[in-house]
Design a protein around this ligand. Structure first.
Ligand code: ATP
Length: 239
């Protein structure tokens, strides 16, 4: 469903073109449909950057990101057109970070409901589903019509999760989605993730909390060992 081949990213820093930051080099892995791959490794090793290359927030410097799309068949996300990426982000691929991009003066239920409108649902149907999802994520009914700009960090994060979950994406990318949640809400999120996995959603994610990652991931890719083996391979090739 997702096959990452020899993915490499470096950034040229604006202050000096000759200064490059290379978070990762020559990373390959695969995720089967309905499986969850967790990505682990110390701060700064490139976990978020890999997720952003898959979602195409970043354009990879080299490598392929093969994704099995419902609309386009097997497509390299690293080279897909902007139009294709926009379609995939609306219909097939959801990304959750710990931060919500708050839209001014739009209520929590509408922020979530609007994700269903491109699928042809009426506003009333979409709002009803949005309320159910907010309820499952422990957002009290008194907040459904309020503006998320005023919500706590954990509440905003749950609105973010609701926006990603409600479209039942084929591919779900999660970057520390439970960072500011209490244990009870973490459990609700885990239950939802496991439900989505059973329904066939493929997931790739970074979790600060190993306990949470262990409960949902089928496999964990530790970037320390991958990066080491890539470097080792280079050394071996040079000899
Ligand atoms: N847009 C960017 N421009 C320049 N450097 C960047 C950019 N994004 C990431 N980096 C650098 O790439 C490296 C990897 O960052 P990344 O956020 O992917 O790491 P991480 O493993 O997710 O870290 P953390 O666990 O702390 O979130 C860091 O050195 C970071 O400064």
């Amino acid at each position: 469903m997702l096959k990452v081949e020899r993915l490499t990213k470096y950034f040229e820093l604006n202050i000096s073109r000759s200064m490059k930051v290379q978070p990762f080099n020559d990373i390959s892995f695969e995720v089967e449909q309905g499986a969850f791959l967790g990505i682990a490794g110390p701060s700064g090793i490139g976990k978020s950057s890999i997720l952003k290359c898959i979602y195409r927030t970043y354009i990879p410097t080299a490598g392929k990101v093969w994704y099995d799309s419902a609309k386009y068949g097997t497509i390299d996300l690293a080279r897909a057109s902007e139009r294709q990426i926009t379609h995939l982000r609306v219909r097939e691929i959801s990304y959750v970070s710990q931060f919500l991009k708050v839209i001014p003066r739009v209520s929590a239920e509408d922020v979530v409901a609007e994700r269903l409108l491109p699928f042809g649902q009426s506003l009333e149907q979409a709002r009803a589903e949005a309320r159910q999802m907010l309820k499952r994520l422990n957002i009290p009914a008194s907040l459904w019509e309020a503006y998320p700009a005023t919500f706590s960090g954990g509440e905003q994060q749950r609105v973010n999760l609701a926006r990603a979950f409600i479209v039942r994406p084929r591919l779900l990318i999660l970057d520390e989605p439970t960072a500011s949640l209490d244990n009870e809400t973490k459990q609700h999120v885990l239950d939802l993730l496991n439900d989505m996995k059973r329904q066939g959603t493929t997931m790739i994610g970074v979790f600060h909390d190993w306990d949470v990652m262990g409960k949902v991931a089928d496999r964990i890719l530790d970037l320390r060992t991958v990066q080491m083996s890539a470097e080792y391979k280079q050394l071996a090739e040079a000899e």
